[in-house]
Design a protein around this ligand. Structure first.
Ligand code: GDP
Length: 524
């Protein structure tokens, strides 16, 4: 198929939701539609959302699964879906943020009883930075929850986005009878899911169909009145407004019963945007350009314990990947032949023969690829907008066995390549200081150092309150280094960082060095 056809049939998206709303269940069911049945159930075992460290560790042991499912490609009707997993726990939000730079749309899953929750609010804010179009699935209609109208009001008020109901629930909880599709004028009756199959409730054409009265009795007339009300009181779906990120089409259902998801997938196929181009420092790269370009948004170490590999996840922005393709690794100015990229079709880690804009391919990485790196067919370009955040928590690594220093350094360096933690090496001593955005990260790193690098290490408090990347011209930097040696370090990418013992100290330093910039977010 041609590049243009393949590109326009791609839909690359991620799920944003609060833990427990049903992300895992939705993912699992969506894969059923793509025929990736062997996956169902497997998704469950790698979940990170419980927040408990032990759960995360267990997931780590099942790494084979965890990794393969960080990108899932599956066909649905004429389209090819790329579903990117976002880590669930709050401590991984930086990672989540970067995954969201690699998608073209997002699916927001909301629990009908709980409504809009914290984490959804945060993730929405991230999506808003790029005006990512959002589809919404209201889950768990087989349980009692908030009135649908109230819930849509809540979404509009709290998340500041218009809601356009696409389907509408008929009752809920024990009285849940099905959904009405406002645009197809069809009613799908609710049927409990039967194992792994999609539930196939009867489909009735037309709200006025007497069959409806036969099946749900008095609720049929209630529904007719309600739909009239809903049509009058809610926004009509408008493609343009949706594509601008200002309106979300809303679907109702029950993921665990595999109900209402087909309507959602049809919505994705029909309305979600195909792969968009991306901004670089110099120009906008369009998705339909012939030459291949892509950027790395995620790195994962030791995905497969059998092979000590690290994989860099690259989003293809334009052009076509074919096995053996030669690409320029722009940051280091080197040409590399990509012969063994991983694709994620139907959740098998397979060697990619070809891949198109919107697709994600996994590159084997031996430490040369970093988050934010751009690959092209020769043009010198740098994709922008893939940020690193300065961590707010710091600990010094203390080794139990001093002979293991090399292994510790290697482990900390490789794990910090994944982007969830930052490693700092002060210039004035041999400390290894780890920075993280969440406290759980230290436990995770300690555990992984033990499991994957055979190093026992503890993290102890260190006198660092905050860190800033230091940017300025060479002369000024060298003056700075002469004067301020104690609180200066290099990060894993050898960038200069000021590690301030207190916030006041940072402020004073900033005032003292007006020609230098101290930045909290660094674009790769
Ligand atoms: P996640 O934390 O967002 O990944 O949520 P899960 O998919 O793990 O779901 C959280 C809990 O809600 C699990 O116990 C699911 O079985 C349950 N759940 C998911 N979807 C539904 C649904 O449609 N109805 C009901 N009653 N429970 C559901």
């Amino acid at each position: 198929m041609s590049l243009i056809l393949e590109t326009t049939r791609r839909r690359t998206f991620a799920i944003i939701s609060h833990p427990d709303a049903g992300k895992t269940t939705v993912t699992e069911k969506l894969l059923l539609y793509g025929g990736a049945i062997q996956m169902a159930g497997a998704v469950k075992s790698r979940k990170t959302d419980r927040g408990a460290t032990s759960d995360w560790m267990k997931m780590e042991q099942e790494r084979g699964i965890s990794v393969a499912s960080s990108v899932m490609q599956f066909p649905y009707k004429d389209v090819m879906m790329n579903l990117l997993d976002t880590p669930g726990h709050e401590d991984f939000s930086e990672d989540t943020y970067r995954v969201l730079t690699a998608v073209d749309s997002a699916l927001m899953v909301i629990d009908v009883a709980k409504g809009v929750e914290d984490r959804t609010i945060k993730l929405m804010e991230v999506c808003r930075l790029r005006d990512t179009p959002i589809l919404t699935f209201i889950n768990k209609l087989d349980r009692e929850g908030k009135e649908p109208i109230e819930l849509l009001d809540e979404v509009e008020d709290v998340l500041k986005i218009e809601c356009a109901p696409m389907t509408w629930p008929i009752g809920m909880g024990k009285r849940f009878k099905g959904i009405y599709h406002l645009y197809n004028d069809t009613i799908r009756l609710f049927a409990q899911a039967d194992g792994q199959r999609a539930s196939e409730g009867e489909l009735i054409q037309g709200l006025d169909n007497p069959r409806l009265d036969e099946l749900i009795g008095g609720m049929a007339d209630e529904l007719r009145d309600e739909i009239e009300l809903v049509r009058g009181a809610s926004h009509e779906f408008d493609l343009e407004t949706f594509l601008q990120g200002k309106q979300t089409p809303v679907f109702f259902g029950s993921a665990v019963n595999n109900f209402g998801l087909q309507e959602l997938l049809d919505g994705f196929a029909m309305y979600a945007p195909p792969p968009k181009g991306r901004e670089t420092e110099d120009r906008f790269v369009k998705a339909d350009e012939d030459k291949m370009t892509g950027f790395v948004f995620k790195i994962q170490a030791n995905m497969d314990p059998a092979h000590r590999d690290r994989v860099a996840f690259m989003r293809i922005v334009s052009g076509k990947y074919e096995a053996g393709k030669k690409l320029k690794h722009v940051r280091i100015g080197k040409d590399v032949k990509i012969s063994k990229a991983i694709t994620f079709l139907a959740n098998k880690r397979e060697q990619a023969e070809e891949a198109y804009p919107g697709d994600i391919i996994g590159l084997h990485n031996h430490g040369t690829i970093k988050i934010g790196d751009t690959f092209t067919e020769g043009e010198v370009l740098k994709f922008t907008g893939i940020p690193n955040f300065a961590p707010e928590l710091f600990r010094r690594a203390r080794l139990k066995d001093p002979m293991k220093m090399k292994a510790l350094q290697k482990g900390l360096t490789q794990l910090s390549e994944e982007g969830a933690t930052q490693l700092y090496r002060p210039i004035s001593n041999n400390d290894l200081i780890l920075g993280a955005v969440g406290v759980l990260q230290f436990e995770v790193v300690a555990q992984r150092l033990a499991d994957e690098y055979n190093v026992a290490c503890q993290f102890e408090p260190v006198n660092v309150a905050t860190a800033r990347w230091v940017i300025g011209d060479k002369a000024e930097i060298s003056k700075f280094l002469d004067k301020v040696t104690d609180n200066v370090a290099y990060d894993a990418a050898d960038q200069l960082v000021y590690i301030a013992p207190t916030r006041v100290n940072l402020q004073l330093t900033e005032e003292r060095w007006p020609n230098l910039k101290f930045v909290a977010t660094r674009e790769h």
